[in-house]
Design a binder for this molecule. Structure first.
Ligand SMILES: Nc1ncnc2c1ncn2[C@@H]1O[C@H](COP(=O)(O)OP(=O)(O)OP(=O)(O)O)[C@@H](O)[C@H]1O
Ligand SMILES: [Mg+2]
Length: 584
């Protein structure tokens, strides 16, 4: 029973894979014709043995001697052309399907909720889109070709054998179920190995990816040995799983061949022992034997097909598993052109799926349009989390977040996000020019002049102009060719250019020296004028001028008020301020 459900699961995956190729039916028809012709040409070759032997060798018939050599060449020419047509067409369909599937997976990644990325290792996701999908490519082309073409070939050969001698053929057919049973058993083995191989490949990619990414940390903490050991474990596991697959595959081949060879032995015995009422002519016998020998390699391929077939199913399952996960909720349909920027948190409670306690605890807060609110508090108190609810990276578990008096879940997600500029705690730069990084999200909309202006306000021009290509300088992978402060300034320029009514600054100037920070602060002050701004900062000197300052602790508001009010209250903020003041 359990095997049945697994089987139908495999079929469902395969059917679904085929739906990606369904649109290309003219190619399928061509491939089909190719495969039928190929199968017939194999049978024709076996059939040729009879006239060759009976007519040519036994009776020395002149016409037979003349046409048989030509027929051999013609058969191989037709067989070659048919093989090419089927191989090319199926390859074409397969690659087309793979391309579509890969594109679909990529688009799905783009639309997955943030929580999905929190739970998945980047390496595993990358491995799915590269390695696992390639496995499907093998499966959809080679497998189909072998399964259809070789099955047709086997049928054609069996047909020929039946035509020449039904009794002998029936004998051959009896052993077919034995082979089929063997194949069924092996297919389950193959599938479980394949999915383990794919998972282990994701693990290999993940560790390699982390090491490449964090090579500086690895170096300075002398983590080479640790990474090496970790990699060795994953690598060894991958090898072991592959070996099991190889053992199962190579081991299954001789077993099946042995069964088939016993069949041949039986045929030979029946033919020469005289059991049959009618004696068998030598031509018929050789044709028959030729057909059996020709049966061997398609049969062998059909057995081997299980490995790539199960690989394809395992890969398909791993891809569909992601594709079946729901994408981000794209919001409601309340129109939102340009928000005023009035924000409200109503009794917001939130926790990450993995966290034990609430990260935000029944937090209520109103921020007027155009107001600047600073958020301070201990590391881990929930500041970044609070801010990440606004662009709906996460949705609150209870309560609601409102923009202009309306729950943000009622706006279309893209409209909502268009109202928000964000400089996040970790700057993300793409491997492109400085200018394109600034214009990210506004490419083609923002003119050169605007980009320059933003670059100038965020003091990007200051360092960019000293570089050989100016704003067209490449920043390197993730911006490695720039300093931390330079990267931060590009991120600020990007937010400036976005010109959205809500501005979120999460430690946006933490990597800057005091002088640059002061200069950029001026630019930001100008920018904050008509927008609702949430500023998170550890350095209190940067938040003094905010309209209000909120002190957050364990997801609750402990104090809120202007700099002066809070100092006068002599509470948490005053204590923090005194501490930093003394440090300076
Ligand atoms: N993606 C996540 N998944 C699970 N837990 C998380 C995630 N991000 C943050 N947390 C947890 O939520 C809590 C609040 O994190 P948050 O990033 O909001 O703190 P923060 O106030 O911004 O701290 P910092 O000042 O260090 O940036 C922390 O305890 C953290 O461990
Ligand atoms: Mg933070």
């Amino acid at each position: 029973m359990q095997q049945n459900t697994r089987d139908s699961g495999g079929w469902a995956v395969y059917r679904r894979l085929f739906s990606y190729a369904a649109g290309h039916w003219p190619m399928f028809v061509l491939a089909g014709i190719g495969m039928v012709v190929y199968a017939l040409s194999e049978a024709a070759f076996a059939a040729l043995m009879k006239p060759l032997l009976d007519g040519g060798f036994v009776e020395h018939d002149a016409t037979v001697i003349r046409w048989v050599p030509w027929a051999i060449v013609a058969i191989f020419m037709i067989r070659g052309l048919a093989g090419f047509a089927s191989g090319y067409c199926l390859g074409w369909i397969g690659r087309q399907a793979i391309k579509n599937l890969r594109q679909q997976l990529f688009v799905h990644y783009l639309n997955m909720p943030t929580a999905f990325y929190d739970q998945s290792a980047a390496g595993v996701l990358l491995s799915k889109i590269t390695f696992n999908i390639e496995q499907i490519a093998n499966s959809t082309t080679d497998v189909v070709k072998t399964a259809v073409q070789d099955t047709l070939t086997i049928l054609a050969l069996l047909g020929l054998m039946f035509y020449y001698n039904p009794f002998l053929t029936l004998f051959m057919v009896v052993i077919a179920p034995v082979i089929a049973g063997l194949m069924r058993y092996l297919s389950h083995k193959f599938r479980s190995y394949s999915s383990r191989i794919q998972n282990s490949m994701g693990e290999v990619t993940r560790i390699a990816d982390e090491t490449v990414d964090g090579h500086r940390v690895v170096k300075v903490f002398n983590g080479q040995q640790y990474e090496c050991d970790r990699f060795e474990v994953a690598n060894e596991y991958n090898r072991r799983m592959n070996m099991k697959l190889i053992a199962a595959r190579t081991g299954s081949m001789p077993v099946i061949q042995l069964v088939a060879a016993s069949g041949i032995a039986g045929v030979v015995y029946i033919s020469i022992s005289g059991i049959l009422s009618e004696p068998i002519e030598v031509g018929t016998f050789v044709s028959f034997l030729g057909a059996i020998l020709l049966l061997m390699s398609p049969l062998k391929r059909l057995t081997n097909i299980n490995a790539p077939l199960q690989q394809g199913i395992a890969a398909g399952q791993s891809i569909f598993e992601v594709l079946d996960q729901p994408v981000e909720d794209c919001g409601g349909d309340v129109p939102l052109e340009k928000a005023r920027g009035e924000l409200e948190f109503v009794e917001v409670t939130f926790r990450y799926p993995s966290s034990q306690e609430n990260v935000l605890d029944r937090l209520s807060l109103t921020i007027g349009a155009g107001e600047t609110l600073a958020i301070v508090g201990r590391s881990g108190s929930g500041k970044s989390t609070l801010v990440s609810l606004l662009p709906r990276f996460y949705d609150p578990d209870q309560g609601s977040v409102r923009l202009d008096g309306c729950d943000i879940r009622e706006y279309a997600l893209s409209d909502l996000r268009a109202q928000i500029s964000l400089v996040s705690q970790e700057v993300v730069l793409f491997n492109d020019t400085i200018a394109n990084n600034i214009a990210y999200g506004a490419l083609g909309v923002a003119g050169d002049e605007q980009i320059r202006e933003a670059a100038s306000s965020a003091h990007v021009l200051e360092f960019a102009e000293e570089m050989p290509a100016g704003l067209d300088t490449m920043v390197g992978d993730k911006g490695v060719l720039l300093s931390g402060g330079q990267r931060q300034r590009i991120a600020i320029a990007r937010a400036l250019l976005r010109n959205a009514p809500v501005l979120l600054l999460d430690e946006a100037t933490s990597a800057l020296d005091t002088e640059s920070e002061r200069k950029i602060q001026q630019a930001l002050d100008g920018l904050m004028q008509n927008r609702t701004t949430l500023v998170i900062a550890h350095r209190l000197s940067t938040v003094e001028n905010a309209d209000r300052i909120l002190v957050l602790d364990k997801g609750r508001i402990v104090e809120i008020g202007s700099h002066r009010e809070l100092l006068a209250r002599e509470g948490h903020y005053a204590a923090l301020y005194q501490m930093q003041f003394h440090e300076v």
